[in-house]
Design a protein around this ligand. Structure first.
Ligand SMILES: [Zn+2]
Length: 288
């Protein structure tokens, strides 16, 4: 699934090609993309407007059109936004025709990607306030903010990181990479981390995402850049999908386990397992 670096890579490629252009036509061939709105409702709201800015919030691409009409597009599992792809590119669901004759196509084999409409800045703010937390590449992300959100939480720290309402844009790849960099086991209860560990994790999240961005994102299944090229970050993973291979830090073996319901990759030498919580002492017998 595309995570922050993948979505940001697409945004950076498309923004200069889209900004200032007019959306001449919006052709939605799969109505499921914009449900519960009908395709015609999106066309009425967006067609003919100038594209002011292509932004991003978490894993959402934010098309900001003239007079505060916003299209909030999520790629989900397999979505790609392709600029002038070859004519017979499969799995097309939406075509954005620009006034300069070029077009962007949203292609999505598994059809989980979505397009949602928000009219006016307050509507966008409310949309994201309910769904996404801190932008990890912004100043907001630091150990204090993470520690505050995690206070008292017993969920594993990996589940904490994957929850988009805490840190926006971190998914399975970058959670594994960040926890390894911070030398934290993914199954540690979030509320048990010390402040210095949160500081380390904040830095590690930023470092992992930046490494991903520098490599143009990771391509594992379907992710492609806007020009159809694959990302290269999968070649630079430290631990993600490297089970059985040597840990780049200590030479031990990377293992795969399940945390937060997801395949998770760790070096249990560098990232020591949390101690099991002590069993509660048995209640005294008798006297019922
Ligand atoms: Zn190691």
């Amino acid at each position: 699934m595309p995570e922050l670096p993948e979505v940001e890579t697409i945004r950076r490629q498309l923004a200069p090609l889209l900004e200032g252009r007019r959306l001449a036509a919006l052709e939605i061939s799969d109505p499921r993309w914009c449900m519960p709105l009908a395709p015609q409702e999106l066309r009425d709201a967006l067609e003919g407007r100038r594209i002011e800015r292509l932004g991003r919030r978490g894993k959402y691409l934010v098309w900001e059109l003239q007079d505060e009409a916003f299209l909030l597009a999520h790629l989900r599992m397999t979505g790609t936004m392709l600029y002038d792809p070859p004519p017979a590119t499969p799995y097309e669901r939406v075509r954005f025709r620009l006034d300069d004759g070029h077009d962007v196509r949203f292609c999505d084999p598994r059809r989980f990607g979505t397009g949602e409409l928000a009219l006016g800045r307050p509507a966008v703010d409310a949309f994201f306030a309910a769904r996404v937390g801190i932008e990890p590449l912004s100043e907001e992300l630091d150990g204090a903010a993470l520690a505050r959100m995690a206070r008292g939480r017993r969920a594993p720290v990996k589940a904490f990181l994957l929850d988009q309402r805490h840190v926006a844009g971190v998914g399975n790849i970058y959670a594994d990479e960040a926890l390894f960099r911070a030398r934290l086991h993914p199954l540690r209860p979030a509320g048990s981390l010390k402040r210095a560990q949160w500081d380390a994790l904040a830095g590690a999240v930023r470092a992992a995402l930046t490494a991903g961005l520098d490599a143009g994102g990771a391509t594992i299944d379907d992710f492609r850049h806007a020009d159809g090229v694959s990302g290269a970050f999968q070649d630079e993973f430290l631990v993600h999908r490297r089970d059985g291979e040597p840990c780049p830090q200590c030479g031990g073996t990377v293992v795969k386990l399940v945390a937060a319901g997801r395949g998770t990759y760790v070096c249990e030498t560098c990232q020591p397992r949390p101690r099991r919580p002590r069993r509660p002492r048995r209640a005294p017998q008798g006297g019922r």
